[in-house]
Ligand binder design. Structure first.
Ligand code: FAD
Length: 277
């Protein structure tokens, strides 16, 4: 029923051999689901440049599609050019182009200021070689001057040559559908795949959400808070919430799902099973 939809999983590059072994196992378990691609994040300020490349090489070596993330922060034209050509020569066909965030202590963002500049540069350097994914924010980017401005800035990235978008995670399907409607009204027609964050640990989720501006609705937050250290209840409730969200998104026409796995397979596998995909 969902064959035409795009399902993908996101990893972060591991720091240790133990982390790398764990990620290899996670990848193997998720590969059974035949995702469109596995993406690999790019650490704040370019801090994982080498490790992102290594993780991407491993995914390719196992025979799967890999989509490295690339960010403006901490990058120069020269090193972005080099990495684009490295990826192109490796047979990578898809990248996720981002602005990134300034890590504390880093004063300037680098030679590119916004993701639209990175998208334009990638097109100028490599033509139509890459399928370019960009980030979208149904609840708006925390630094946006206004929702309208954010939408116009999103359109700017699309006009620069993006092929599709992946959203920041959210727990309100209505917000996503409203965002899609606004995009369509502006003539932005590319696929916008919801980013899905399974709920595993409330304190971690709250920390991420504070940092990136993703809203945890009060009706969900209050219940999660009430479970305290009872991880089993948090996860069981979290699975119900996220499965229902995915069901609504897919039924309402979302073009796929992109799972923020945090390098774990179990939550995504369970949601997948419950969705009957
Ligand atoms: P942009 O699209 O450049 O937007 C950033 C802000 O600037 C917005 O407020 C926007 O409204 C405004 N803006 C955009 N263009 C202009 C313009 N031309 N003029 C004026 N204002 C403008 N971060 C990482 O460090 N590494 C990762 O691997 C990573 N992966 C991510 C994957 C996904 C799917 C998502 C949703 C986010 C990811 N992030 C990652 C986080 C992301 O880098 C941050 O959210 C960052 O703050 C914004 O990046 P962006 O590409 O959306 O920026």
């Amino acid at each position: 029923m969902t064959n035409s939809k795009s399902f993908s999983f996101e990893f972060f590059p591991p720091q240790t051999q133990e982390g790398a072994n764990k990620l290899a196992a996670t990848r193997k378990q998720l590969a059974v689901l035949k995702p469109a691609f596995f993406s690999v994040t790019f650490g704040a300020g370019g801090s994982t440049r080498e490790r992102t490349l290594e993780a991407v090489q491993q995914i390719k070596a196992d025979g799967y599609e890999a989509a490295p993330h690339l960010s403006c922060v901490g990058s120069t034209r020269e090193n972005i050019r080099a990495i684009l050509h490295t990826y192109k020569n490796m047979g990578i066909k898809r990248i996720v182009a981002l602005r990134g965030d300034l890590p504390s202590g880093m004063a300037t963002s680098g030679e590119f200021h916004y993701a639209n500049e990175l998208v334009s540069f990638t097109r100028a350097e490599t033509g139509e070689h890459f399928h370019i994914e960009v980030a979208a924010y149904p609840e708006f980017h925390p630094q946006a001057k206004s929702p309208r401005d954010d939408l116009l800035n999103f359109k700017r990235k699309v006009m620069a040559g993006a092929n599709s978008a992946i959203t920041q995670y959210f727990y309100s399907a209505d917000g996503y559908f409203r965002f899609i409607e606004e995009c369509r009204k502006m003539g932005v027609t590319l696929p916008i795949v919801p980013g899905i964050m399974p709920i595993m640990k409330f304190s971690q989720l709250a920390r991420f959400s504070d940092a990136c501006g993703a809203e945890i609705p009060r009706s969900i937050r209050k219940i999660l808070e009430s479970y305290g250290d009872d991880t089993e209840s948090v996860q069981s409730f979290g699975l119900d919430v996220v499965t229902q969200l995915c069901e609504r998104l897919l039924a309402g026409g979302a073009p796929g799902l992109h799972f923020y796995t945090l390098n774990q397979s179990a939550p995504s596998l369970e949601i997948w099973k419950r969705l009957g995909l």
